[in-house]
Design a protein around this ligand. Structure first.
Ligand SMILES: [Zn+2]
Ligand SMILES: [Zn+2]
Length: 347
């Protein structure tokens, strides 16, 4: 057969023309030359079909092309690829639409100009407007939180928020963090994560959570409430020493309202409930730990020298351990001296 267009002999594709002649007059894909794409100047989100998303530019542009390009049904196994580079006011992209026409693979190239329209997205405008639906308040009972606690809690909250954001919660953000005179307040855009955060902090530090709500008006025909989660941290913290029933204990860990203690004379571990600890006498924290020089040791005791006044003290070993280090950490309280319980690696 001869092609009616070019006269060459070969297989005819359609309307008497060979494939290459047919393609000269027929485009199999068609799309816009210019696309306007709103982008948030603060968080780089893109808006498409009235919805903002954190998706990458490449993903967004593919979605737009899929929805805006008309591709002939004759083309099978369609694949769309893009190549974009920076251009004035946005990006200039090459779009390659490929597929199979019968069993011949063809690719059509389009040039599109993506005009990035700089604006502020829904979430950022809320954030800059100070919007918040929940406040997580951290307070302490009968003491001030330590600098370490404040820093740790901030890290816990910020990491939790980052984690939830990366799992697709775009609307979640910390509007503001207030820190003054031992008080710490997190202003959160959403209630649900506010409670998650409050429970996480309670899990690590113990204490109580009190919830309260306040009507802050209407939104989409619904009453909107702002929640306050007040966490009151206990008077004690991990690493503190306390006296209970004439024994001295070290708080080795806290899991919600269960507290793990080590009795300093025996190094025996015990669990205590927060109500009991509330009645105990908190002696202090790591400032009570001092270093002494190991002079000698037997199976049952150590001879320690105070580096300040060279006094020698003999202290019973709570457990049969052998010290390699020259310096031993001790706790001196109420005229008693205890060897600080250490992990196996220090012994
Ligand atoms: Zn031809
Ligand atoms: Zn934004």
């Amino acid at each position: 057969m001869f092609c009616v267009e070019c006269g060459k002999e070969g297989p005819i594709f359609k309307d008497g023309a060979c494939l290459s002649c047919y393609l000269k007059t027929h485009r199999l894909s068609k799309g816009p030359e210019v696309i306007d794409l709103p982008v948030c100047t603060h968080c780089d989100s893109y808006k498409y079909k009235n919805t903002w998303s954190n998706d990458l530019f490449g993903e967004v542009i593919r979605r737009i092309i899929k929805n805006n390009f008309q591709i002939s049904r004759e083309l099978k196994k369609i694949d769309i690829n893009t190549e974009c580079k920076e251009a004035k006011d946005g990006k200039s992209c090459k779009v390659y639409v490929s597929g199979f026409l019968d069993d011949v693979e063809i690719t059509e190239e389009h040039a599109i100009q993506v005009r990035l329209k700089k604006t502020v997205c829904d979430v950022c405008s809320k954030r800059f407007g100070g919007y918040h639906e929940a406040i997580v308040q951290i307070r302490t009972d009968k003491r001030k939180p330590t600098k370490n606690e404040i820093d740790d809690i901030r890290t816990v909250v910020e990491n939790l928020v980052k984690d939830l954001q990366s799992k697709g919660n775009r609307g979640l953000f910390i509007t503001d963090i207030g820190e003054a005179r031992g008080r710490l307040d997190f202003y959160m855009s959403e209630k649900g994560p506010g409670l998650v955060i409050a429970k996480k902090i309670q899990g690590q530090y113990g204490g109580t959570i009190k919830q309260s709500s306040k009507n802050i008006g209407m939104k989409d025909g619904m009453q909107l409430y702002r929640m306050t989660y007040l966490i009151r941290l206990p008077p004690y913290a991990r690493g503190d020493f306390l006296k209970h029933d004439n024994s001295i204990f070290y708080i080795s860990s806290i899991h919600g309202n269960k507290v793990k203690l080590i009795e300093l004379k025996s190094w025996n571990e015990t669990m205590m409930d927060f109500r009991t600890i509330h009645k105990a006498n908190i002696l202090g924290g790591k400032e009570l730990i001092k270093e002494m020089i190991l002079v000698s040791q037997t199976k049952g005791e150590v001879q320690l020298m105070d580096p300040k006044n060279y006094e020698i003290k003999v202290v019973k070993k709570p457990k049969s351990v052998s010290y390699k280090s020259e310096k031993i950490q001790v706790i001196k309280t109420e005229n008693q001296l205890f060897i600080f319980p250490k992990t196996k690696t220090d012994i």
